[in-house]
Structures are given as C-alpha cells and as structure tokens.
Design a protein. Sequence first.
Length: 168
Amino acid sequence: MTSVALSMWLAVLAGCSGASGPAAGTVAASATCDAQPVKVKDVAGILVAPITELKPVSGDSQSCEYSTGSFPAITISVRPGLGQSTVDAWIAGSMPLKASPMNGIGDAAVWQPSLHEVIAQKHNLLCDVQVRGGVSDLALPVDALPGALGALCNRIFAASRGRVVQQP
C-alpha cells in the first residue's frame, strides 16, 4: 500500500499546473508541472505581480516555481517521507532560523517569517511553500500570508487523500 501511495505522489510531484503552453493571456508551464494540485489560480492574489510562468525548479523534481517572470516568485516543494522529521526539527529549534508553530495546517506546521515560508506535514508528507520577495511584492497583508500559504499545503494534503507516504 505504501509503495502505491508513493508511486501516486511521485506522479503528482512530476508536475505543477495545467497550462498547455504559452499563448496570449496564458501561463507558460512545463509538462512536468501539470499534475500539481495547486494551480496558478490558487496562488493568484498572493503577489502584486501576476504569475506568468510555471516551471520545475532546476535540479529539484519535487518543486515547482510560480514565477512573475523573474522576481518575486512562489516555490512549492512536496517531499514524501520527510514531513515529520523536518517540521519536528523546526519546532525543536534545530534549524538556523526561528519558526512559530501554526494550527490548522496538516498534522503540524510552522511559519518562518523572514523567509515568508510555511513548512507543514501530514502523514509524513512535507509541504514547503515559500514566497520570494519583500513586503512590497505582496498583494496580501503580511499577517495574512501564513494562512494563505498554509491553505495551499492543505490543498496538497487533501489531494494526497490521507495516504501515509514513506521515504523511498
């Protein structure tokens, strides 16, 4: 059962949007980002600038970047089998920056304000959502950002259907 769940998530991790190609008024997306449960419309309204490109992060097949063309951008990483240890390390203060626990996001989550990042886990599936940019790049008030990013993780967790995913 675990290998089936992992296979399904690896298929999900192979992608990010649903856009079929660049055309007037559309977002260019790599074919490897097609299966991500978070769509461009789901991140709309987080940044002032519109998302114009959706692509995998170079060298990281488990991450997709929702880009405005250069800077700022939103990066979403989903990593099976690494959720609990990662979030536990943040909660324990073992990471180089301080983070605050969050409620209502997966099984456990933290907010890291200087990186504009939510790190969350559910059933050991890690969801990491980071906004690269300053306060002036945000369309939301900065205090609303953790909730908005946490909602993206909850969308990813809902798509996993509660399956326990183990590290390969």
